[in-house]
Design a protein around this ligand. Structure first.
Ligand SMILES: [Zn+2]
Length: 105
């Protein structure tokens, strides 16, 4: 069953994984086809990352500006959620292409 869903994500425009980056290091790689809630602790604080029905969102964080929480859900390839106070970036990746893109923030 998981294999079938995996193929589905590979062939669609939707991303297959989200990469969680903290200060330039990938700390987690979460498949989007599996619902989960993950707490990520950074030197600046924490972020609760929720994967639900193929979408990723930051549902809770203790950062000052709450922009990561307000960004809401992402699910398309290349979309990102950033939490600048924590140096956290969540990015949707397809799992197959190795495109390198600059983040101009
Ligand atoms: Zn934040």
């Amino acid at each position: 069953m998981i294999f079938v869903v995996y193929l589905f994500f590979f062939k669609s425009d939707d991303g297959a994984f989200c990469e969680v980056n903290v200060q330039g290091e990938i700390v987690a790689r979460l498949p989007l086809f599996e619902d989960c809630v993950k707490r990520v602790d950074t030197p600046g604080g924490y972020n609760m990352i929720t994967v639900k029905e193929g979408c990723v969102s930051v549902t809770e964080a203790d950062c000052g500006n709450q922009i990561c929480v307000q960004t809401g859900q992402i699910h398309k390839n290349g979309q990102i959620i950033t939490c600048l106070p924590h140096g956290l970036i969540i990015k949707i990746v397809s799992g197959q292409d190795k495109e390198v893109d600059a983040i101009a923030y």
